[in-house]
Each structure stands twice: as C-alpha cells, then as structure tokens.
Write a protein that binds this ligand. Structure first.
Ligand SMILES: [Zn+2]
Length: 382
C-alpha cells in the first residue's frame, strides 16, 4: 500500500497555520516551522483577515507562500489550502444560534479559487458540500452534483496531482459514486468530510463509514478534516489507519492554557516543564509570565511537538499492517459490534464543541491574551 501513499509530501499531523491574521506565526520561532512537514490554512482566513501583511504581499505580486518564505518559512514545507467552509458554516450557525441573527458570510468558488491562486500553496482542497445524516434523497443528490461540479471547476485552475478531493456520504452508494467520479478525474489524494455531524448522529455509523472509505481508498492518501479532540488521534491514525488529519485544536488548547501530556491536556500550573526536553519546554519556566506572547508560543510549540510524537508513534505501529474490507451495516444489526466500536471513539462533549464553533482559534487566543483567562472557566472540565 505504501508506494503511492509515501510519495505525498504531507505529514500525518497537519496543524492549521494562522499566518493570515496572527503575526506571531510570521515571526521567530514559528516562522521557521520545523515541527511538521505540512501546514494548512484557509481561503476564508484570507478574506476575513485585515492584516496589512496580506495586502502588502499580494500587492507586491508575490504569492503568500513566497511572502512567508521571505520571512523564513522553509520553502520545502507543504502548504495545504482549504476553503474554510466548515469553519464558516459553524461560525454562522453559532452566531445565529447565540444572537438570533442571520449572518452573511459566503464565499463563491471564484473567490475561493482566487484565494488559492494568491496562496501559492502545494495542495488545494476541492470545495465540498457537507452531506448530513438527516438529508433526504433530493438534498443528497443536489449536494453530490455540486461536489462533482466543484471538482471540475477546480481542475480548470489546478492540476489533479495537486488536488485533495473530498468524499462525503454515509451510504455505500453515495460514497462509491463520489469516489469513482474523483478517480475518473485522476485524483489520488482524498479526504473524508462531514465527520463531525456524523459523529454526533451516530458513532457506530461514523466508524463503519470511516472503515469503508479507508478500504476503498487503500492505495491512496486519505485525510480527515478536523480533530476536535487530541484523543481522536489514536482512533483516526491507529484504529482506522487514516494517513493525515488537520487541526486547529492545538491552538485552542494553548489558548486555554493546557499542556499536552500524552493525549491529555492538563492545566499549565500542573505541568513540569523540566520533565520534557522539547524546544518549547526549554524556554518555559515559572519566571515567564503566563500571559506573555513568549509563554503562549512556547506552550504552543510543546503542544504541537507532543501531538506530532503521538501521531508518529501510532503510525509507525500500524505501518504495513494490512486492512480488511468493511461493509457499512445498519447500526442496529449487531449489539456486540456496536458496543465494541462505541468504546473506541472517544467522547467529545457537545458543549465543548459548541463553544468552539463561534470563535476561531486565533480569535480565542487573541481574547485570552488580551484579557487573561479565568482559570475556573466552564470549559475547563475535561
Ligand atoms: Zn515540551
């Protein structure tokens, strides 16, 4: 299985890089990004950022990657461009739910592709439509049509070898239909979308879908969008055998002053920095103010490196382990299988996920750094 998949210049963990709106990411030490081979950013970040650096770079005729490289970002690092549509939809839903208003954040394919062009990225995610478990047949058919059309539009501006195409759906028919179409267009790098809504609908169904898609794409790279909890790393990379996952949760975790020990985020006041020899911990001690940018950067570096260590360990463990086929079954069919699978997927508290939806990680961190954190905040319950 490895030959084709190893050719991809992607790392197992692909942290979201917040360089568009957060200057800390354009300064040392984060700009010399050595922690992973690839990072992800979104078209949405380009449009919502008011950072002068973006204007300056774009007006000078450079791509964003060229602008980053000029500042010290390693040229050989892979930059993955995503739409940010999920983040946008979640934000809209969150704002609407919490304030009772409709917000108008939309990005057309033309705007997304314009941002992609400006980015100079190495891989580009095709815009997708999230197929929800409660969608009816008409809605599903419409979304499949849009997914296919989006891919064709993207292929007019980006070669197939640089595209990450998204698989959606929760039945074999829908998944096969989308996958076959992508293959006909020469796609060899795939991502599974719609995972979070499916998680909240039925963990058993999510498990069956992921196993089915993994088997279907076994000769190719398979990415998963979004890692709401670090504890899901083991499940995605080890149990399912996914190749990569992107995340902004490491910045959220840092904004909440959590320090990763294994896959658990403990309060920083309980952390023993000298027990870890990573680059971040070497610069962390009790003399650094916990509200200073220096503290956040080094805590973030520790959290990234701890998550990378976790993902690399899982992957080396499963290397060359062959995967068997799985059929998507009705989740009511087998009690025993259901219970066994249920225990494998760690719980995400619904409240935590909702809290994350209407603020981006950068916004969350910016607010924490400005106002300081109330250590007994309600989200500190895990
Ligand atoms: Zn450390």
């Amino acid at each position: 299985m490895g030959a084709v998949r190893k050719k991809k210049k992607l790392s197992h963990l692909i942290p979201k890089n917040h360089f568009c709106s957060f200057s800390l990411f354009r300064q040392e030490p984060l700009i010399s990004w050595t922690y992973t081979d690839s990072v992800l950013f979104t078209a949405y970040d380009i449009y919502r950022s008011t950072d002068f650096w973006l204007d300056k770079t774009i007006n000078s005729g450079k791509t964003l990657k060229e602008g980053l490289v000029e500042l010290g970002f390693p040229e050989g690092n892979t930059l993955v461009a995503d739409t940010g549509i999920f983040e946008m939809e979640a934000k809209k839903a969150g704002i609407a739910r919490n304030l009772g208003i409709e917000v108008d954040i939309e990005l057309t394919n033309t705007q997304i592709f314009e941002a992609y062009k400006l980015s100079g990225a190495d891989y580009f995610v095709a815009p997708d439509e999230i197929i929800l478990p409660q969608d009816n047949q008409v809605e599903i058919t419409t979304k499949i049509g849009k997914i296919k059309n989006n891919l064709l539009e993207l292929l007019e501006v980006v070669p197939a070898s640089k595209v990450i195409a998204v698989i959606q759906g929760h039945s074999e028919d829908v998944i096969n239909d989308i996958y076959d179409f992508h293959r006909e267009q020469g796609i060899s790098c795939f991502a599974m979308g719609g995972v979070i809504p499916l998680y909240f609908h039925s963990k058993e169904l999510l498990d069956s879908v992921l196993r089915y898609v993994r088997n279907l794409t076994k000769k190719h790279w398979l990415h998963i969008f979004g890692l709401p909890r670090i504890s899901l790393l083991q499940y995605y990379l080890h149990d399912i055998g996914i190749d990569s996952v992107d995340t902004s949760s490491l910045l959220y975790l840092t904004a909440r002053r959590r320090y990763l020990v294994g896959s658990k985020g403990i309060q920083v006041r309980e952390a023993v920095f000298k027990d870890c020899d990573c680059e971040g911990c070497n610069n962390l001690d009790s003399k650094v103010s916990t509200r200073s940018p220096n503290f956040f950067v080094n805590l973030y570096i520790h959290n990234i490196l701890a998550a990378v260590k976790l993902s690399d360990n899982f992957v080396s463990h499963i290397l060359d382990q062959s995967k068997t086929g799985t059929k998507i079954e009705n989740s009511h069919d087998s009690e025993t299988v259901q219970q066994k699978q249920e225990s494998k997927i760690p719980d995400i508290e619904q409240t935590e996920n909702v809290a994350l939806t209407w603020m981006t990680a950068e916004e969350s961190l910016a607010i924490r750094m400005r106002d300081g954190e109330n250590e007994t905040s309600p989200d500190s319950q895990n």
